[in-house]
Design a protein around this ligand. Structure first.
Ligand SMILES: CC(C)(COP(=O)(O)OP(=O)(O)OC[C@H]1O[C@@H](n2cnc3c(N)ncnc32)[C@H](O)[C@@H]1OP(=O)(O)O)[C@@H](O)C(=O)NCCC(=O)NCCS
Length: 209
């Protein structure tokens, strides 16, 4: 249930009642413009979930990430970043986006927060108009979560590769599932390619999605 929407220039907040216990805001902003306060809040959440994460390095500037934060009582209780990047497929450039660092604080799981973040981010992606295709990987363990949320399609024969460097991350070697979202008419024209192929992302060294 939406309680109160309000828009503030590049940021927006929307308030949702996700359960009897939790009323949260979803705050969205460009990660490159993150405030120090929000960075500290995000650090607290991400370190809690992934102890070894390097927050200074989570979203490289050139990936122009759009951040979606679930907030309750001034704490970040959930997070998702939408990465944007150009990939070259069959000598054509496709504007790609992908979901990164999707998480809910353990005390708030199973209340619809993760799926709300994925839904809101996906609506934003679809409405933005810039993107051709969405691609990201996720563990076997978490695939049912994305299948449950919908929109994104699990691809059995699509492989994502970080880059051509030696030792690059490759989704199938890491036993990760690939999810995709065909957005533009151009991407739909190449639907077969995005079903059965290896897509090299040309990400910065050691970055994956
Ligand atoms: C995955 C994660 C974000 C889900 O967040 P959440 O807020 O608990 O998700 P939701 O409450 O919206 O769950 C929606 C549905 O997915 C299901 N679900 C959630 N996590 C699941 C999982 N790991 N496996 C299978 N189903 C899952 C829920 O049971 C729920 O189903 P229901 O509506 O029938 O009850 C959360 O478990 C998390 O932060 N995990 C650790 C971080 C992580 O590894 N993230 C990477 C994801 S690729």
């Amino acid at each position: 249930m939406i309680v109160k929407p309000c828009h503030v220039s590049l940021l927006f907040f929307v308030r949702y009642q996700v359960s009897e216990r939790v009323i949260m805001d979803i705050k969205s902003f460009q990660y490159n413009n993150i405030t120090e306060i929000d960075k500290q809040l995000l650090k607290s959440l991400l370190y809690f979930i992934w102890e070894d994460i390097n927050i200074e390095d989570i979203h490289p500037q050139e990936m122009n990430v759009m951040s979606f934060c679930a907030i309750e009582k001034n704490e970040f209780i959930g997070y998702l970043g939408v990465v944007s990047w150009n990939i070259i497929v069959k000598n054509k450039t496709f504007k790609m986006c992908g979901l990164s660092c999707v998480c809910t604080h353990p005390e708030y799981r199973e209340q619809g927060i993760g799926s709300m973040l994925v839904r809101k981010a996906t609506e934003w992606i679809m409405q933005d108009g810039r993107f051709d295709i969405g691609l990201f990987t996720c563990s076997q363990k978490h695939s049912p979560f994305y299948e449950h949320v919908g929109w994104w399609q699990k691809c059995s024969n699509l492989v994502l590769k970080e880059s051509d460097r030696e030792g690059a991350y490759v989704s199938d070697s890491l036993q990760l599932n690939v999810f995709k979202l065909l957005i533009s008419a151009k991407a739909k024209l190449y639907a077969n390619y995005f079903e059965n192929s290896i897509v090299t992302l040309n990400f910065p060294k050691g970055k994956f999605i």
